[in-house]
Design a protein around this ligand. Sequence first.
Ligand SMILES: Nc1ncnc2c1ncn2[C@@H]1O[C@H](COP(=O)(O)OP(=O)(O)OP(=O)(O)O)[C@@H](O)[C@H]1O
Length: 336
Amino acid sequence: MGIEIHHVRKTFGSFTALEDIRLSVPSGGLTALLGPSGSGKTTLLRILGGQEEPDAGSVYLAGRDVTRLPAQQRNIGFVFQHYAAFTHMTVAKNVAFGLEVRKTPKAQVRRRVQELLELVQLERFGDRLPAQLSGGQRQRMALARALAVDPSVLLLDEPFGALDAKVRKELRDWLRQLHEEVHVTSVFVTHDQEEALEVADTVVVMNQGRIEQVGTPEEIYDHPASDFVFGFIGEVTRFGELRLRPHDVEVTLDPESGSHPGRITRLTRIGFEVRLEVVLDSDPGSLGGAHPPVNVQLSRTESQALDLQQWDAIWVRPRAAAGGREVEVLRVGAGR
Ligand SMILES: Nc1ncnc2c1ncn2[C@@H]1O[C@H](COP(=O)(O)OP(=O)(O)OP(=O)(O)O)[C@@H](O)[C@H]1O
């Protein structure tokens, strides 16, 4: 079932945490609330979950106004960064908890727990205690527990925030797959751009208590609606009066139309990627002040084809000037 948020506002004393939030979360989707620290993501999630009441506005779940309804009556599953498991109960008991509270018949509980443990690939771990699981396994148990009572909505607050990079990556793929099987309307909070773009089908970018943009990962990345989104969603470098992505800067050994001379002051290889820092001989724009080094991102193949080395004199230009594919560039200070 879908979620509708109508003109929600939330203040803490004189501080406005959310300002006139309007949002439609599609039924069965996996939606990310993405934004920097303090942008209001968790506050919005807590208002959906019923842990916080808005000062104004309303929340509808499947067409029903739940704005003043307590959390327990909303049929919502929660997963938090630090999952509060019952430490003295086995994994299976933890997953069964919500069902037992609802007085579900024993045989049915056993069947459902087995199903859920299989779903989160923990079928061999049912008899362990939570402390005997890895961080990633514990978050999968948290998911099984949240799904046990067939929630209409699943809310996840930085569910993989406390895990190391490799496990995070595995769990992202896994959450995506799980969601394809279960299809429960899910909203998750993250401040990690890559996580949002990779996992979600809809991304809601938040900044200072407001929604900056709602769209698919492709729309957000390729057509950012504001300067803020452009800068937040990926790396940005300056070229004269333009701002563009480091992979949208083209490097040539000879002058071309629209190109500008410079020198490679730094060359770093990260796996298959090569990053250059290029100091330009002069400013291609007319903004005044010192021009910052231009950051360039190339594939190793591209870098090898040009035989690039540190201190080489080269030419750079925005890829758009080459008449190639369309690239997103913003004028510095355009503030759209
Ligand atoms: N109970 C509260 N009392 C006072 N201020 C609060 C309270 N809860 C949140 N805030 C403030 O509201 C703002 C938004 O907080 P929120 O936790 O929603 O941000 P966030 O985007 O989730 O950030 P983070 O990624 O750091 O968790 C912050 O400036 C925070 O300090």
